[in-house]
Design a protein around this ligand. Structure first.
Ligand SMILES: Cc1cc2nc3c(=O)[nH]c(=O)nc-3n(C[C@H](O)[C@H](O)[C@H](O)COP(=O)(O)O)c2cc1C
Length: 334
């Protein structure tokens, strides 16, 4: 089915194709309601139960308007956002590019979103039975020195409508955001969020896990230091990785566009970060692997390497819903 739709979608500009997809899935969800996650490899993280290992990565449903539609693909979890305290328009268009020959995307959306209040409204009382994550960020005009207040505002407002929170300090499209993830600074954001979490429950009235999403562009010793810092906090997991600034080996005409690169060209880097993190964390924190998962085999490999969960974004654009089903099937417990 997707092989019939894809040529038409790929003929229109990527952002319009994205908007059309979200609108269609929103309508499908409104008409049919959500589906339960497909049965696959069950997993427990910080008290959360996942029916399968495959989730939707942040950034596709930024405002949480199409969860029911996405749930019909079978995902075990759906991460919405990145959301910021106040609505913001993001960067000027065009801001997303298909690198078809490289099976990748470059985006510089810049956290365009309707703000935390609209997201909370969209998620309130949501009937999806899978796990809902809310990925939180800071507004572009909030200085880094007070960034933690934006993250604390978001967790306080989102806690009761989601199952977990992801602190995003890894997007390359908000100036200075990645500086928040330096080993010497990351706790300036993470610690206040964890402090705020102590007074909060999630949508099921239980513990609210907090994950931290990191970039793939650290030098290895720097990533080790960041992971060491997180290991000694009450954070519940690490999501690796966001998009990359690296452009090695690309052939597509859009390869020099500014922004974060995702999809197949990110696969090796993302796998490298996963392996490194598993070595450093030694099972103290679970790792959720994302980046360049373009096939069921890719998902299986991440789980075999030691990831607890796997997330998908760009693969869905190139392979369609069949990828989700393949990935769930291939990561099933033997
Ligand atoms: C168009 C686009 C928008 C994205 N927006 C976000 C975002 O708002 N927050 C975030 O944490 N990650 C965002 N991401 C990163 C993805 O969640 C994911 O980490 C990355 O794309 C690597 O996975 P993939 O190769 O499967 O796409 C975005 C990715 C793309 C392609």
């Amino acid at each position: 089915m997707y092989s019939l739709i894809k040529p038409a979608l790929f003929r229109i500009d990527p952002e319009s194709a994205h908007d059309l997809t979200i609108q269609s899935l929103k309508t499908i969800g409104q008409c049919l309601g959500p589906s339960a996650p497909l049965d696959g490899r069950h997993c427990e993280i910080a008290g959360l139960h996942f029916n399968n290992a495959i989730g939707l990565a942040a950034g596709l449903d930024k405002n949480g308007v199409a969860i029911s539609g996405f749930s019909r693909l079978g995902f075990g979890h759906i991460e919405v956002g990145t959301v910021t305290p106040r609505p913001q328009p993001g960067n000027p268009k065009p801001r997303v590019f298909r690198l078809t020959e490289d099976t990748g995307l470059i985006n510089r959306f810049g956290f365009n979103n309707l703000g935390i209040d609209a997201l909370v409204n969209a998620l309130s009382g949501h009937p999806y039975q899978g796990v809902i994550g809310v990925n939180i960020g800071k507004n572009k005009d909030t200085p880094n020195a007070s960034a933690h207040t934006d993250y604390v505002t978001c967790i306080q407002k989102a806690a009761s409508v989601c199952d977990y929170i992801t602190i995003n300090v890894s997007s390359p499209n908000t100036p200075g955001l990645r500086d928040l993830a330096d080993a010497g600074k990351i706790l300036d954001v993470v610690a206040p969020v964890l402090e705020a979490r102590a007074d909060l429950n999630n949508r099921k009235g239980g513990y609210l896990p907090v994950f931290v999403k990191l970039a793939p562009d650290f030098e290895d010793p720097d990533l080790v230091q960041v992971l060491e810092a997180l290991k000694h906090t009450q954070a519940d997991g690490v999501i690796l990785t966001n998009t990359t600034l690296d452009r090695t080996g690309l052939v597509s005409s859009h390869r020099d566009e500014v922004g974060g690169l995702s999809g197949e060209p990110l696969r090796t880097k993302s796998e490298h970060c996963l392996k490194l993190a598993l070595g450093v964390l030694e099972n103290t924190l679970p790792v959720i692997s994302v980046g360049g998962v373009m096939s069921g085999d890719d998902a299986k490999r991440r789980i075999e390497l030691g990831a607890k969960l796997v997330q998908i974004y760009t693969g869905l654009i190139y392979r369609g819903p069949a990828l989700v089903k393949d990935a769930i099937r291939m990561t099933r417990c033997p």
